[in-house]
Design a protein around this ligand. Structure first.
Ligand SMILES: Nc1ncnc2c1ncn2[C@@H]1O[C@H](COP(=O)(O)OP(=O)(O)OP(=O)(O)O)[C@@H](O)[C@H]1O
Ligand SMILES: [Mg+2]
Length: 266
């Protein structure tokens, strides 16, 4: 095991003792979190547990009341963010955005090309290249709203990948996507990690799916209850601590794919 100081040098993301409050209520309390180079880290936890807030802290969109944020070893700033592809939690309304799939991907390049310059041929080529990579090149000219949920998700991933980031930050990327498309998607992430050393930070509600595809997991419910190897997250005590007692946990295959749901009467 490397000394802590050496491990830290390879971290793309480092949070130390992060505290965030909204309306005088703590949403994050003393959160320590890290993501290394070439690592897929999953973040799981109940609704309102602070997952999206944690991602926004990493991206500098929410300023913590206390604590230190390091993105590529520095305070989150313009330079660091150009190397991050961010997929925000998608609302239903955005799914009906009246633009083409190609336009959605080009939006991912605005941080680089600026809002007021029209994308040129090279930007279009870059956008087509990433659409091709996610298997959506044939749909480039179609209205985004006319695509299926899984196709829209691929286009969103292409948008996040367009600036060739070192780190992908994905908030619930699997929402509304069937299990076959999800498997393709996780395979693509693993390919990018292995081929390009891409790091991925990914929020999900599906603890079973995420433990199968992430290298490490963080279980978050205001505090971090577990941050380590994916499989150990499945220990019932860990799950009970993070999700509380309002959960039903079922282990339904040998790979420890587990699903959970809230009791309907709560
Ligand atoms: N801008 C805001 N102003 C006030 N409260 C907020 C704001 N954003 C989030 N919250 C509150 O902070 C808590 C954490 O929200 P957050 O969106 O981080 O949770 P989450 O874990 O991503 O939840 P979900 O699984 O539902 O997406 C919630 O109670 C939420 O209502
Ligand atoms: Mg969220």
């Amino acid at each position: 095991m490397k000394p802590e100081s050496q491990v830290k040098e390879t971290h793309y993301v480092d949070l130390e003792d992060i505290w965030v409050a909204y309306d005088h209520k703590w949403v994050l309390q003393s959160v320590y979190f890290s993501c290394g180079a070439g690592e897929i880290v999953g973040i799981v936890g109940p609704n309102g547990g602070g997952k999206s807030t944690l991602l926004k802290v990493i991206l500098g969109l929410v300023r913590p009341d206390r604590g230190t944020v390091r993105l590529f070893g520095e305070k989150p700033g313009k330079r660091g963010l150009q190397e991050v592809g961010y997929l925000p939690q998608i609302s239903q309304a955005e799914r009906f955005f009246p633009v083409s799939a190609l336009d959605v991907v080009l939006m991912g390049l605005y941080a680089r090309i600026g809002f007021f310059r029209r994308p040129d041929q090279k930007d279009r080529e870059t956008a087509m290249e990433v659409l091709n990579r996610v298997g959506m090149a044939d749909h480039a000219g179609r209205p985004f709203g006319a695509l299926s949920g899984g196709q829209q998700q691929r286009v969103h991933i292409a948008r996040a990948l367009a600036p060739h980031p070192r780190l992908l930050v994905l908030d619930e990327p699997a929402t509304g996507v069937d299990s076959v498309a999800q498997e393709d998607f996780y395979r693509l992430l693993a390919e990018l990690r292995d081929a390009e050393g891409l790091s991925v930070l990914m929020v999900s509600h599906d603890i079973g799916v995420i433990t199968a595809h992430a290298d490490r997991i963080a279980c978050l419910n205001v505090e971090i209850h577990y941050h380590g190897e994916a499989q150990a997250c499945m220990i019932p005590e860990n799950i009970a601590r993070v999700f509380g007692r309002d959960l039903k946990v079922m282990v339904h295959d040998s790979r420890c794919a587990t699903c959970f749901r809230r009791h309907s009467h709560e």
